[in-house]
Design a protein around this ligand. Structure first.
Ligand code: SF4
Length: 377
């Protein structure tokens, strides 16, 4: 029987090369109005014993991968041919472990949405075991909710850091209490600040996720200003930008239908992004745009040095004639463009312009944009 261990469905894009190890299942909150990640799933805990058994299984899979490599004439090495062979074997977990080893076997992401809800002592025990059994590991990261982190002492977080937890990814979404209430985040601005500061004090690297457009038309300004204010109080290592997509079947889509939430246009979202970045002050965070949903993916850099360049890029878009803005938006959502400069390719520009004309004639421009946006969640 094939060896297997438990894995969850979600990880941050920055953990694409990491080994995924599941500490808890699904999300203990599962009520954010915009989120469909774990809808219909029930949160449950896993025992320390179960998780240690999974780590043992990963160790065995590492041995199997090397053994297969030797038997296949690759001398225990993990080259591309070897990976293709394992991929074609249909054993997903063997392939996952092989890819991880191929990438150096150095990073691990602990799933699912909020595993630090476990007792700190249990997570410490798991982290120590992980490092003991897989000594090549250099970085271990996880998601956590601010409401959970705000209940942990700096001493507890320091113990996690000493046991090997390197980075925590927090879904802040907004620093505005009005917006946090609207989206039922289950955390306040003050909890975000408290949690973020404690993580920073412990020495664990901190990523805070912000959703552009999350305030809708009503709270756009408040969302930008308050989110900047809260981040200025934390000074996280990373601020990671996401863009709002209203997914069907979520409570937020219900709010859109009954008029409680009005989405901003793409240009309005960028105006909010500009206001937000303008007000990031006195911090040295890396602003990262690591999701293709962000209209201007090139707006990223190190604060404060890169702030003028980031703002200039947004201004460049906002100054475009209306038709060119539409051309870029459609081209970006369609996957033709990645950055603004891609519009300079005359053949690509003409291709998007022709599609834009046709969609408008058929009255399908907005519907097509919504469809394309929903494809990349
Ligand atoms: S805490 Fe995260 S995973 Fe859970 S419902 Fe909210 S956004 Fe979704």
């Amino acid at each position: 029987m094939a060896l297997s261990f438990e894995q969850g469905p979600i990880r941050p894009p920055s953990e694409a090369a990491s080994l995924l190890l599941r500490l808890t299942r699904n999300c203990p909150w599962n009520k954010c109005a915009f989120c469909r990640s774990y809808k219909g799933e029930t949160f449950s805990r896993r025992s320390v014993e179960e998780i240690k058994n999974d780590i043992d299984t990963v160790v065995k899979l590492c041995r199997s991968v090397r053994e297969i490599s030797r038997k296949s004439g690759f001398g225990g090495l993990l080259n591309l041919d070897m990976l293709i062979k394992l991929y074609n074997s249909g054993d997903y977990q063997l392939f996952h472990v092989a890819s991880w080893l191929h990438n150096g076997g150095k990073t691990v992401f602990l799933q699912d949405a909020n595993s630090l809800v476990m007792k700190t002592a249990d997570v410490v025990e798991i982290l120590k075991y992980l490092k003991e059994r897989l000594p090549s590991i250099e970085r271990v990261t996880t998601y956590a909710r601010s409401s959970t982190l705000a209940r942990k002492s700096v001493e507890e977080l320091t113990a996690l850091k000493q046991a090997g937890l390197s980075r925590i990814h927090v879904g802040m979404e907004s620093g505005s209490d009005e917006v946090l209430k609207l989206i039922n985040k289950g955390a306040t601005a003050q909890q975000h600040i408290e949690a973020g500061r404690r993580v920073k004090q412990s020495g664990i690297s901190l990523s805070e996720y912000v959703i552009l457009g999350m305030g809708g038309k009503q709270w756009a300004r408040e969302h930008a200003l308050e989110t900047a204010r809260v981040l200025n109080m934390i000074n996280p290592d990373f601020i990671r930008l996401r863009s709002l997509t209203v997914a069907e079947g979520t409570p937020l889509s219900q709010k859109v239908q009954n008029g409680e939430f009005e989405e901003e246009t793409e240009a309005e979202v960028l105006t909010g992004e500009k206001l937000f970045i303008e007000h990031l002050d006195g911090i040295q965070s890396n602003l990262v745009s690591d999701h293709s949903m962000n209209l201007l993916e090139e707006v990223q850099g190190k604060l404060p040095a890169d702030k003028p360049a980031m703002l200039a890029t947004i201004d460049r878009f906002l100054a475009l004639p209306e038709r060119e803005k539409q051309n870029f938006i459609l081209g970006k959502r369609w996957g033709v463009y990645r950055v603004l400069d891609d519009m300079r390719d005359p053949s690509q520009y003409a291709r998007v312009a022709a599609a834009l004309d046709r969609l408008e004639k058929e009255g399908k421009y907005q519907a097509t944009l919504s469809y394309l946006k929903n494809q990349v969640i």
